[in-house]
Design a protein around this ligand. Structure first.
Ligand SMILES: [Mg+2]
Length: 409
């Protein structure tokens, strides 16, 4: 959390695809355009709508509504079985568009991205031009039926809310000098992070409107919301308290190879062991990694080094496969002496929804189950078979099971 520097305008651009899954279906099946469409993993009456087209939303059919209920509201609604793999293809294409404009972005979910604006972009004109440019390019290169809402603001929280002010296809800027006006136009439940329970608590303390919330001083917010009060105080004023990403922090391990491991196979086996440990740490500390760095030094003095930006992960399988893909470029010119691997571009796992990726989710669950066994029986009780060769090298120096760094929640 950064409260040491005062908040500034035009720091974050938040992009949220409108009715994403439904729009993708309307993109690939033009006959669905203009029609109320609901997407559900199971299309029977008790299935749950996970996305609704804007036409369906206008009829009161929302995400979370049962298929049976949606049909009651509108008998002709088209219910489509969800196709996660298709949505992932579109997600990746959208990500490519964003990447063509800036490397300073973070994937928050399958249809949400946050862009940290650079000092050059931190003015009204350039920020708006960037937002409009991304919107236009998504339309022209990914799909002409795909729209998104863009919000620009002093922090992620305000940028996201700004984006929500105009759906679909909006581009809204919220500036510090106009926060009063911004809060005066919304309800407590419009505030990101305020649910019915929190709304009830605020109202029971006489905080009935967003403006009351904004005008409450720090001691008062602390009295109402305990520790969370401090975060809310700064968040509402435009300080960045929700960007958990740490650009400098990494989780990794390195190891000098024992003589029996000074071969490509030996180095790879030790690397796997290091990755296994680093991935466990990532999960224990609640991080997802968005980048991998790997290095191998050789006795002839050469060093192979490579880093790569990747889709956020915390599972061991993704970590191993992506690292080994990077090793394809290594020439193994001599005897390896030292290996190092780390994960960077860390973000809080809490902020990201990955359940759309069944294969990653499965691997994450397997990794978590293995962590639990480690917690119970001690590190190294079970290993993937591939780590077995290097089981006794690179011993753990850090205890598992408990947080090893202080992570802000
Ligand atoms: Mg969306």
């Amino acid at each position: 959390m950064s409260i040491s520097s005062p908040p500034k305008d035009f720091q974050v651009l938040f992009l949220d695809m409108n009715s994403f899954f439904a729009s993708v279906e309307q993109q690939v099946q033009p006959t669905l355009r203009g029609m109320p469409v609901g997407i559900a993993p199971y299309t029977g009456g008790s299935g749950c709508i996970i996305a609704a087209s804007r036409e369906a939303k206008n009829l009161g059919i929302k995400c979370g509504c049962l298929v049976r209920e949606a049909r009651r509201l509108y008998r002709e609604i088209k219910i489509i079985e969800s196709r996660p793999a298709l949505y992932m293809i579109y997600h990746k294409e959208i990500k490519k568009v964003i990447e063509s404009f800036t490397p300073h972005y973070q994937v928050l979910s399958v249809d949400e991205f946050a862009i940290n604006l650079t000092s050059y972009e931190q003015n009204y004109q350039t920020a708006v031009k960037l937002g409009q440019g991304i919107k236009d390019k998504i339309r022209s290169e990914v799909g002409d039926f795909l729209t998104c809402s863009v919000g620009i603001g002093p922090n992620r929280f305000l940028a996201k809310m700004a984006g929500e002010r105009k759906k679909p296809d909006g581009l809204t800027v919220v500036e510090l000098s106009r926060l009063e006006e911004f809060y005066s136009r919304i309800k407590l439940l419009d505030i990101t992070g305020i649910n019915h329970k929190l709304e009830f608590r605020l109202k029971s303390f006489g905080v009935n409107l967003p403006l009351d919330f904004y005008h409450s001083d720090l001691p008062r917010l602390r009295a109402i919301l305990n520790h969370g009060g401090r975060l809310w105080y700064y968040r509402l004023r435009g300080y960045e308290v929700d960007d958990h990403r740490s650009s400098t922090k990494t989780v990794g391990h390195s190891h000098v190879l024992a003589p029996e491991h000074r071969s490509p196979a030996g180095a790879k086996a030790v690397l796997k062991k290091l990755i296994y440990k680093a991935a466990s740490r990532l999960r224990a500390e609640g991080f997802l990694a968005g980048g991998i760095f790997v290095a191998i030094s050789f006795y002839d003095g050469l060093t192979f080094k490579k880093s790569r930006r990747v889709s956020p992960f915390s599972d061991t399988h993704s970590f191993i496969t992506q690292t080994f893909e990077m090793l394809c470029d290594c020439h193994w010119s001599g005897s390896p002496s030292y290996v190092s691997v780390s994960a960077f571009n860390l973000s809080s796992a809490k902020n990201i929804q990955l359940s759309i990726l069944p294969e990653i989710e499965k691997s994450r669950k397997i990794s978590e189950a293995m962590d639990k066994i480690d917690d119970e029986f001690g590190v190294g009780f079970i290993h993937p078979a591939s780590v077995f060769a290097a089981k006794d090298s690179a011993p753990d120096r850090i205890p598992f099971g408990k947080p090893r760094y202080d992570i802000r929640h």
